[in-house]
Design a protein around this ligand. Structure first.
Ligand code: MLT
Ligand code: MN
Ligand code: ZN
Length: 298
């Protein structure tokens, strides 16, 4: 069995370029000087025929169009068996609206994330008699495509931005932000596009893994503040940064992991510029910077 993973979108919410952003990266991407990246999603398969998509980004229509493995195989036959959500953020759920048109698949998520969809009536566009909504309990494997099993586990994070109240806990551990452990035969991979902190439980779980896709939102916690783009830090958004003493590069430094791939990168992140010093530093530390269309094997 050959586990396959294809990055459909390597960018965080907004994508690269983001529609209203004039930052250096967004300008370079518009000028064609660095590759544009679409929003956060990963396609996975155990048999190369049947696929699951982890997170449905607003760019899913274009992502499917440019991924031959996911093209229709008949008039209304699709290789897509399921969509699995890791949180209720707009960059991970808005693409569900593109997947209407009476096409059967199973929508996997925790009860907490299904609840977020249930209170937004627009998602009834996915007719429940056609699209099965399957609740997945934490730590219980679910078969999301033939031979491909996903176990959801809680990672520190927060509720979706549009559900935030006056007080926001940014390192909440529960059903609202999950990581995915994927198993196909004896191969294991992890997909964690949003994570506020690498706690001991998570460190223990990831130790020895062959392949990890991990939250690469920002290079520095105050990157957006310094760029004059707003007041939000990575921490406030529920994302740990790549650099610094409490960043992901340092946190993974002494862990035994076969392949480490950053995904969900914000358009301000300097690693998105192929020639940047930060890109070189991440690569020297053993990380691959995810790119749209990249196929990754363990
Ligand atoms: C995030 O990852 O922090 C969110 O996708 C932000 C957003 O909804 O724009
Ligand atoms: Mn996001
Ligand atoms: Zn930008």
């Amino acid at each position: 069995m050959q586990f396959r993973a294809r990055i459909l979108g390597a960018a965080a919410g907004g994508g690269l370029p983001q529609w209203n952003c004039g930052c250096e990266n967004c300008r370079l991407a518009r000028a064609g000087e660095i590759p544009a990246q679409t929003q956060s999603s990963l396609a996975v398969s155990a048999d190369g025929t049947d696929w699951a998509i982890l997170n449905a980004s607003p760019d899913i229509r274009a992502q499917l169009a440019t991924t031959p493995e996911l093209h229709p195989t008949g008039l209304r036959e699709m290789p897509l068996r399921s969509v699995l959500l890791t949180n209720g953020d707009i960059d991970h759920v808005a693409g569900l609206l593109t997947l209407r048109e009476m096409q059967p698949f199973t929508l996997f998520a925790t009860a907490g994330i299904h609840e977020v969809l249930a209170v937004n009536p627009i998602f009834a566009a996915l007719n429940p008699s056609v699209v099965t909504r399957a609740e997945v309990a934490l730590e219980r494997p679910a078969e999301i495509a033939p031979g491909l099993f996903a176990t959801l586990f809680a990672v520190p994070g927060k509720v979706p931005l549009y559900m935030e109240g006056d007080e926001v806990q940014t390192d909440l551990v529960g059903e609202q932000t999950v990581g995915v452990e994927l198993r196909a035969g004896d191969e294991t991979a992890f997909y964690i596009p949003g994570c506020a902190m690498l706690n001991d439980a998570l460190r223990h779980r990831l130790e020895g893994a062959a392949l990890v896709f991990f939250d690469g939102t920002l290079w520095r916690d105050d990157e957006m503040v310094r760029a004059g783009l707003g007041q939000k830090t990575g921490r406030r958004m529920g994302h740990m940064s790549m650099s610094g003493a409490d960043g992901s590069i340092a946190a993974f430094e002494h862990m035994k992991i076969g392949r480490k791939v950053f995904v969900h990168m914000n358009n301000t992140n300097p690693v998105l510029r192929p020639g940047s010093e930060e890109r070189r530093a991440a690569e020297t530390a053993g990380w691959t910077i995810g790119q749209d269309g990249m196929e990754v094997t363990a």
